[in-house]
Design a protein around this ligand. Structure first.
Ligand SMILES: [Zn+2]
Ligand SMILES: [Zn+2]
Length: 388
């Protein structure tokens, strides 16, 4: 509805209720009027349909708390001609007096009764499916992101562009062109489903005319082509905690699709991909690194410089007699833990053997072999192979 519509149309007058009418008063008044003016019940009155549309439009606005508020505000701000309740009928307005449907006739129009059942069904249906009033939690959204190794270890703030289902912005979800309103689906009489009799039992299916909505739109909203659904795109920023690992799915509470009618937002799930690092690896909260050492460094011991994730190398002592594959722990140089503390770095030494030797090196090694001839690294290997 445009502000112009709001200013020109007195929805309270259309529904015959006071400006302070309660939801129930508005609903019961609408039901009576809609029943009276329903096109199916007034086939020989071409104006009935217009009245019916007008009534539907008024009800669409006044039955929705937010839109009613908007409407009231627009009119109190700009509507000089608008006089609340002025002579149009106070809250106690009794429709049955006017339309003669009250205690008047025990034999009241059977057609009217049927329609009232139908309308009961329509509104029961609408409130069950939550279209009209019920608040609904927003949907969960899943997205993904790729982090480099360091971002995954330390945590990082990322922005995400999220697209979710939302009521169409142009028509506010009615599906009807602004200024018009949807009407009850004539095929299913607003129930949203149709029953096919299969001889013996009947099958209930979503109405083919209105696709289960219970409402049809004569003049569709050009933005959503009548569906009433739209997409909302938002950008959110969120912190991805440190210590996430490749393939992990993290949940960010209440950052999913917004709720409807005041319902809570859904959650956002982020599937994290972590790129491999050429040097560092991860083992839980610990960062791993393999550091090559020469045979003399391993045998004699040495101080070696080891790079860390932060970029500042540390000096690590290789103990004399270090075996290939030995792992040392360097505290506080790992990934950030959930509680904000820092994990460790696990340094694994890999003893490298030179592929080519110069004469001096060869001579020295020959001397070394002679000097260690009583050391047999395979001592007892064959015996162990036979045993067990
Ligand atoms: Zn629309
Ligand atoms: Zn239908």
């Amino acid at each position: 509805m445009s502000t112009k519509d709001y200013l020109e149309k007195d929805y309270y007058k259309v529904l015959g209720v006071s400006k302070t009418a309660t939801k129930d008063e508005i609903r019961s008044s609408y039901r009576k009027l809609a029943r009276e003016n329903h096109p199916d019940a007034n086939r020989d009155d071409p104006k009935a349909e217009d009245r019916f549309k007008e009534i539907s439009e008024a009800y669409n606005v006044l039955s929705d708390e937010n839109r009613r508020k908007e409407y009231d505000e627009a009119r109190s701000m700009f509507g000089g001609s608008y006089r609340p309740g002025g002579g149009t009928g106070p809250g106690g307005f009794d429709m049955s007096d006017i339309f003669g449907q009250g205690g008047g006739g025990g034999g009241g129009a059977p057609g009217g009764e049927r329609l009232s059942d139908i309308f009961g069904g329509l509104f029961g249906n609408r409130s069950r499916s939550g279209q009209a009033t019920r608040s609904r939690r927003g949907a969960d959204i899943e997205t993904e992101t790729t982090l480099n190794f360091r971002e995954a270890a330390d945590g990082v703030t990322r922005s995400f562009q999220l697209t979710s289902e939302a009521p169409c912005v142009t028509c506010k979800g009615t599906g009807a062109r602004v200024g018009s309103a949807p009407r009850m689906c004539p095929k299913c009489s607003g129930t949203g489903h149709e029953n096919t009799n299969l001889g013996g039992f009947s099958l209930s299916e979503p109405c083919s005319e209105c696709k289960g909505r219970g409402l049809v739109v004569d003049d569709p909203c050009p933005t959503c082509t009548g569906s009433g659904r739209g997409k909302s795109t938002r950008t959110i920023q969120t912190r991805i905690p440190g210590g996430v690992s490749d393939g992990q799915r993290i949940r960010i509470k209440a950052k999913g699709a917004p709720g409807e009618n005041g319902g809570p937002a859904g959650d956002l799930y982020i599937v994290v991909h972590v790129k491999d690092h050429p040097v560092f690896g991860r083992n839980g909260d610990n960062v791993t690194i393999t550091v090559p050492v020469s045979f003399p460094e391993a045998a004699l011991g040495a101080d070696v410089r080891v790079p860390t994730l932060s970029g500042f190398p540390v000096t690590v002592k290789v103990p004399p007699g270090t075996q290939n594959g030995r792992t040392l722990r360097v505290r506080g140089k790992g990934a950030t833990r959930k509680d904000g503390t820092i994990g460790d770095m696990l340094v694994t030494f890999e003893v490298k053997v030179p592929q080519a030797l110069n004469d001096d090196a060869r001579e020295a090694l020959e001397k070394f072999r002679a000097a260690t001839s009583d050391y047999d690294p395979r001592d007892g290997l064959e015996a162990r192979a036979k045993g067990a």
